[in-house]
Design a protein around this ligand. Structure first.
Ligand code: FAD
Ligand code: DHB
Length: 390
């Protein structure tokens, strides 16, 4: 086994791991990133696209915002639609905006900065495994190109997503996971066609939710609700467009431009929160600790917020005095924020999706949507939560 030593081992090179790595790189804190997949695979994963203001600030502070400043779009609100009605949720109510900039671009910017800054990332590692994180001497083992490695460290950052190894390595009596799965998912398409609207539209349709979103003035991201168990193999772009157009309100259907799919995917709608987020010298961040349904565009923003908060703790620790105050409060501080985002995503999902065949549920949704359209207070609450609670 080949051995080495560093200060922090980051497992996972998604947004959480890469942002934490970028902050550590800038701060001169020695670390290494271990990633299961290849860099191209990670870059090819199309996911989120809406950034909250604290996320934008974090990317600026990490020194990776140059392309984002140039290419992103500003989102000033969105439309909630049902039957032939709609209400505009204006982010001006909370003096904020959101930023449209794809997760793939965030990942690319972070990877490029890491390469330029000389950060060490090992891609395509197998069997990464955290050890002895309940002691002062944690270490991580992994395999690469048929060779075995051991890295001793001060801390392990579990940034390895929902299916990662770090959370699964915690003894079951030390962790509690709260989960809820909606009985449906989102079918998504990414296509180089002009978006129906420059503002995101959320549509509650009797046959299920649909959303019009975008990545740029020429690239659209559209979703609609499908029952659980749906198989992506049964869908092609033609069938997607036909069903999407059928559910669109006539005012939007006429504007729909279709085209070949750059990507299609199926996302289950689930919430899951694991507590605590710290186990001795191992910290979980991002999807490794919690996932939300995409409704509300919170997942990426939560991952970035965790990574930033974890960095603040590590920075304080290494500043000289080995002060662990911020590391000690990492879990409680993060979970306070996480639960509120989980609640908002869950609530927005309940408001906008076909929940069951019981028409009562839809009447409740319509009553709530009518109320929202008449109440600036309700619209303000939505804007405040969508833009991110400070
Ligand atoms: P991830 O991005 O999952 O990164 C974890 C990394 O760890 C991955 O690169 C993975 O390969 C690596 N890894 C896993 N296991 C190991 C291991 N054993 N060893 C080493 N490395 C490992 N959020 C939104 O806000 N809006 C959306 O529209 C949206 N759509 C989504 C669609 C899909 C299909 C998915 C899966 C998620 C979506 N999300 C969305 C959520 C958002 O993309 C995630 O919240 C975000 O990627 C979390 O970042 P992360 O760094 O915590 O985890
Ligand atoms: C996206 C946009 C949203 O407003 C949302 O709630 C979920 C996803 C998107 O563009 O991917």
């Amino acid at each position: 086994m080949e051995t080495s030593r560093t200060q922090v081992v980051i497992i996972g090179a998604g947004p959480a791991g890469l942002l934490l790595g970028q902050f550590l790189l800038k701060q001169g804190i020695d670390h290494v990133v271990l990633e299961l997949r290849s860099a191209d695979y990670v870059l090819g994963r199309v996911r989120a696209g809406v950034l909250e203001e604290p996320t934008v600030r974090a990317l600026r502070d990490a020194g990776v915002s140059e392309r984002m400043e140039r290419e992103s779009l500003t989102m000033r609100g969105f439309d909630l639609m049902w039957n032939d009605k709609h209400v505009h949720i204006d982010f001006g109510l909370v003096n904020k905006v959101a930023t449209v900039y794809g997760q793939t671009k965030v990942t690319r910017d972070l990877m490029e900065a890491r390469l330029a800054g000389g950060g060490v990332t090992h891609y395509e590692v197998n069997n990464a495994q955290p050890h002895d994180f309940d002691t002062a001497n944690p270490w991580v083992s992994y395999e690469k190109d048929g060779r075995q490695f051991r890295v001793d460290c001060d801390f392990i950052a579990g940034c390895d997503g929902h299916h990662g190894i770090t959370r699964q390595s915690v003894p079951s009596e030390q962790i509690r996971t709260f989960s809820y799965a909606f009985p449906f998912g989102w079918l998504a398409i990414l296509a180089d066609v002009p978006p129906i609207s420059e503002e995101v539209a959320w549509i509650n349709h009797t046959d299920g939710f649909l959303m019009c979103s975008l990545r740029s003035k020429t690239r659209s991201r559209y979703y609609f609700q499908v029952p659980e168990g749906e198989d992506i193999k049964n869908w092609n772009a033609g069938r997607f467009w036909a069903e999407y157009k059928r559910r669109l309100p006539p005012s939007l259907a006429g504007k729909l431009v279709t085209g070949p799919a750059l990507e299609m995917s199926l996302t289950p709608l689930r919430s899951s929160v694991s507590t605590p987020m710290r186990f001795g010298r191992m910290f979980l961040a991002g999807d490794a600790a919690h996932i939300v349904p995409p409704t509300g565009a919170k997942g990426l923003n939560m991952a970035i917020a965790d990574a930033r908060r974890l960095f603040e703790g590590l920075k304080q620790f290494y500043a000289g005095g080995r002060d662990a105050t911020l590391l000690d409060s990492y879990s409680d501080d993060s979970l306070g924020r996480v639960w509120k985002a989980v609640r908002f995503s869950w609530w927005m999902t309940n408001l906008s999706h076909k929940l069951s065949d019981n028409p009562f549920n839809r009447e409740m949704q319509i009553a709530e949507l009518e109320y929202i359209s008449q109440s600036v207070a309700a619209q303000t609450t939505i804007a405040e939560n969508f833009c991110g609670l400070d």
